[in-house]
Design a binder for this molecule. Sequence first.
Ligand SMILES: Cc1cc2nc3c(=O)[nH]c(=O)nc-3n(C[C@H](O)[C@H](O)[C@H](O)COP(=O)(O)O)c2cc1C
Length: 182
Amino acid sequence: MTGSAGFREAMGRFASGVTVVTTLDGAGLPIGCTISAFSSLSLTPPLVLFCVGRDRYSHDDLTGSARFAVNVLAESQADLALSFARFDPERFQRNSWRPGEHGIPLFTGCIASVECDTVRVLDGGDHSIVLGEVTEVHLAEGEPLIYSRGAFGGFLGPSAPGFVSEPAVAESPPEWLLSAPW
Ligand SMILES: Cc1cc2nc3c(=O)[nH]c(=O)nc-3n(C[C@H](O)[C@H](O)[C@H](O)COP(=O)(O)O)c2cc1C
């Protein structure tokens, strides 16, 4: 299989977590977009990145803002993910959130939210790559929402066949793991 269909199929097999990246527009109104193309990048300094399509309504606000927040969704938040993946003018009214240190929305029920200063925006073909330095971290209990092949699911955890617990890896951590931000 070649071409864009094969590319999409292959990329869809890469399972990821799901985030809603938020910021404020020039008028101070909340902006958000569901983003799975999110990654930690560096531990020192603490950097993250996300990729946003140039044709997204939120693109210019997400790439032009001095700050943003990344909300890591819990298993129960597929509705929140869908709400920020389509046109839904009521989404900031229907979903509970609180303002972060600089007023940027942090959603209730997320297992993690990180507030970031934008440090660089890079060209990424039909997407932009936004690098941010983490300034605040918020954590809550829960399991992550997982996305793969166009469907949402949960992380099976210790009861799943083949599960490898972190302590087993930690017995003899490889060099790269010691310096990784995840
Ligand atoms: C699970 C999931 C993950 C997504 N990940 C991304 C992503 O990483 N980058 C992106 O630009 N769009 C992504 N999208 C698509 C956007 O969320 C979608 O196009 C949204 O409608 C854009 O909103 P806007 O045009 O109002 O800004 C994703 C959608 C879903 C459902």
